[in-house]
Write a new protein. Structure first.
Length: 365
């Protein structure tokens, strides 16, 4: 066992690398839909300083007619502009707008009034001036919290249907539902709607781009679901390709290491097995001994790789959180799936190498 330590450790590290690479890349790609919903809860979200003027509303209707689009489920509400900063315990340190971001910036805060919350969700929210509902996908905040100099008794919101990412930052903002918007803070008007268009993805993107161009709004002011989905597909699709390519290379390397290790051990052990057969070891006992020896070599590395993945999971989750990925159930599903898939492939390699090992032991004259 001691002489096999280096080989087993190498195989274990290779399997660990395969699991981590596939787990990270596939989780991100499988979670594209969830990430898109965090950026744009409806098909189009527009941010303006004031509610859309009559001329802008007429422009929207004209673009909708030109592209034969049916608009429905439209909402409009007021919120504070994102206040960037970081949490120190239960106190949010406000740094202001994006221009004042530093290396400490890890979050942002958006205030929405309880009146608009009731209008948008249909749920009651009876709050006084010292109470708040906080939706924070990265971390829950309850109890006494201090946000932008205001003290609140906070309750956690598990879901918020209209939450979005107005600045398209790598971290999702926290939404704070309060009785009244804090005085003196800059505000924005958010208009969102869903639409139906019988056409290709390209036609959907054309509509969203034309709408932005006709309204003369910037990329940060208009977010379209199909455009964001296209960007995420390009970004995470490349990561999946790289992850699969790296995993394939590491998998081939692992297979070669295992195969040649077993072949070399087969040649080293065949005279020992022949001697044991001469003193009474039958064919069945020989096969059983071969399987137990080879199985140990196979199971120890894969067990170690799974343990390594479990220890690496919190760090991977933290990295994915910085990429606005918070879907823990999906991560668990992907981890279990790729582990089972690797185990099946591993057992196939086990059967192949065991047969080769047995042939070497038997072919001695």
């Amino acid at each position: 066992m001691e002489q096999n330590g280096a080989s087993l450790a190498t195989i274990c590290l290779l399997c660990s690398a395969v699991l981590v690479a596939l787990f990270s890349s596939i989780s991100l790609y499988a979670g594209i839909g969830d990430s898109v919903n965090r950026y744009v809860p409806k098909d189009v979200v527009m941010i303006t300083n004031q509610p859309l003027a009559k001329q802008q509303q007429a422009t929207v209707k004209q673009v909708v007619r030109n592209h034969h689009v049916k608009v429905f489920d439209q909402d409009s509400y007021q919120a504070t502009t994102p206040q960037n900063g970081y949490w120190r315990g239960k106190r949010f340190i406000n740094q202001g707008s994006l221009e004042h971001m530093t290396n400490d910036t890890t979050s942002s805060i958006i205030f929405v009034s309880s009146r608009d919350y009731r209008q948008l969700t249909g749920k009651p929210a009876q709050l006084n001036d010292h109470q708040a509902l906080v939706y924070s996908p990265a971390k829950q905040y309850t109890g006494d919290v201090t946000i932008v100099g205001h003290h609140y008794q906070a309750k956690n919101l598990k879901q918020l249907s209209f939450a979005f990412n107005p600045e398209h930052s790598i971290y999702a903002p926290a939404f704070v539902i309060v009785n009244h918007l804090p005085a003196g803070m800059p505000t924005m008007n958010v208009t969102s709607f869903c639409y139906r268009l019988n056409g290709s993805d390209h036609q959907h993107m054309q509509f969203e781009n034309d709408l932005q161009a006709q309204l003369q709004l910037t990329n940060s002011q208009v977010t379209g679901r199909y455009n964001i989905h296209y960007l995420f597909n390009g970004l995470y699709g490349g990561l999946v390709f790289a992850g699969i390519l790296i995993s394939l290379a590491l998998g081939i390397t692992t297979t070669i290491v295992i195969y040649f290790k077993q072949i070399s051990e087969g040649y080293a052990d065949r005279y020992r097995f022949k001697t044991m057969q001469q003193v009474g070891l039958n064919e069945r006992e020989t096969t059983k001994s071969i399987h137990s020896q080879v199985l140990m070599v196979f199971m120890l590395p894969i067990a170690g790789a799974v343990i390594n993945l479990l220890f690496a999971a919190p760090a991977i989750k933290q990295i994915m959180t910085q990429l606005s990925f918070y879907n823990l159930p999906l991560m668990i599903t992907v981890a279990v799936s790729i582990t089972l898939a690797l185990l099946v492939i591993y057992l196939l390699i086990y059967g192949f190498t065991t047969r080769a090992y047995h042939q070497i032991v038997d072919n001695i004259h």
